[in-house]
Write a protein that binds this ligand. Sequence first.
Ligand code: NI
Length: 261
Amino acid sequence: MIFDTHAHYLDARFDEDRQDVISSLHDNNVACAVEVSAGVDDFYDIISLTEKYPFMYGTIGVHPSEVDKLNDEWLHKMEELAANDKIVAIGEIGLDYHFDDDPEPTVQKMWFKKQIELAQKVNLPLIIHSRDSAKDTLDILKETDAGKTGGVIHCFSYSKEIALECVDMGFYIGLDGPVTFKNGKKAKEVAKTVPIERLVVETDSPYMAPDPIRGTRNFSGNLKYIISEIASLRDIPYDDMEKILFDNARALYRLEDKCLN
Ligand code: NI
């Protein structure tokens, strides 16, 4: 069975058939999935979604592109919502310097640190989003001692050396579609290098569809392509790889007793 550690089924691209897609997951060999929050508008919908589907878990967190909407009142509310049994992480939070019209780095950094503090307070792992911001991300993770809380660097896009540094701090590395791309050399190197017990897989649905269906709307059933690529890169039989990644995902989200194969 497969565990999708990062999906966004609340995205508008699922408005037409959300229920059908989520209900089809079991038939596609997916046992569990985590619906990841991007902003304050997601929180209550995520909790409803996890209440509706026993095999779905959720997170509370604000993506760096959305931190303009954050304030201390929301932060307080997030602490309350994080106490819900189905909320398994704080995320996705972090830094994204890719787009010029995103909030200023100083603003992103402030809310990144405050949300790490929140995770430490409520004792939940972190889901880190980091794009074109490796140095500042690592600096903040070190400065806040975030490795002790742990979590995952999701959709990992940096070098294998940086991946190992994150693993040393205490993080998992999340791989998705790019590891299957012909030009995904960096992600393939990371998949080969990171200690096997520190790798997790994710779709980031509806984004990041893997080869051979690149460019289509993604869903958790497509994780088989990613697992298959990692299995061949590591020279491990597919079924063994699937089991290892399932167990890693449960360990990441501390769901060993709950999400059963
Ligand atoms: Ni995401």
